[in-house]
Design a protein around this ligand. Structure first.
Ligand code: SF4
Length: 227
């Protein structure tokens, strides 16, 4: 291992520990009780908040409690239920078709490999990694907008593409914290390192962050100010 890479791994490890102290409850924020429920939530969460999805899924699961019911659902009815999540026509179609494929190809079980998951309609690499990490316990990095943005600020990647960001992060994030990394980035992106208001001077990882460490506190900037 190159010495510089070793140092970056140590820096990533330190960041994980500090953020875990700050956000001890960091975890998947989509409510689910099974891989299938997480898969449904993941499809609905595209360009929608988890909070909104968590309001819709109880209604959906009340009407269609399992993969068999959703596979034979009336598409118009599903569209009505998921309408508030946005892109409701394509999401309803993906939910019904994914359920049918799980029944036909995977004996009613959500598949456990990325390749198989990505065959399902409406499922890309991000959702596949989410299922692998949070439903099946593998260590996978989910690159959403928070994760991409903050990982760039931290200096672990310069990339814009989620796949390249994931590849860069795989080099440095501790293997046993890959799933956690995504959750910590979301928690930090909502609380302190917000897209429109970074509170760097009250950030617990500022001195380990390339962007934050380069800042100089001036008399005009308070700890809770945006920079
Ligand atoms: S120091 Fe600033 S840019 Fe870096 S992680 Fe903290 S809030 Fe984000």
């Amino acid at each position: 291992m190159k010495k510089s890479c070793e140092k970056e791994r140590e820096r990533a490890q330190t960041i994980v520990l500090l953020l875990l102290e700050q956000y001890p409850q960091a975890a998947c924020t989509l409510t689910h009780e099974s891989p299938w429920e997480l898969l449904v939530g993941g499809i609905l969460a595209s360009q929608c908040t988890d909070e909104r999805v968590n309001k819709v899924t109880p209604v959906l699961f009340e009407r269609y409690p399992d993969v068999e019911h959703l596979a034979s659902a009336n598409r118009d009815d599903v569209e009505d239920i998921v309408r508030s999540c946005g892109l409701y026509k394509s999401k309803a179609k993906a939910l019904v078709n994914t359920s049918m494929m799980i029944l036909d190809r995977f004996s009613g079980q959500v598949p456990r490999t990325r390749e198989e998951l990505m065959e399902l309609p409406g499922v890309g690499r991000k959702i596949a990694n989410l299922i692998l990490g949070d439903a099946f316990g593998f260590q996978e990095i989910v690159v959403d907008t928070h994760c991409g943005r903050i990982s760039r600020l931290l200096g672990f990647t310069k990339a814009e593409s989620p796949l390249k960001i994931e590849q860069d992060l795989l080099e440095v994030v501790p293997k046993d914290s890959r799933t956690l990394w995504g959750h910590l980035m979301v928690a930090h992106g909502r609380a302190i390192c917000r897209a429109r208001c970074r509170m760097c001077f009250s950030c617990p990882i500022r001195l380990h962050c390339h962007y934050g460490a380069a800042l100089e506190l001036s008399y005009d900037v308070g700890e809770d100010d945006c920079v």
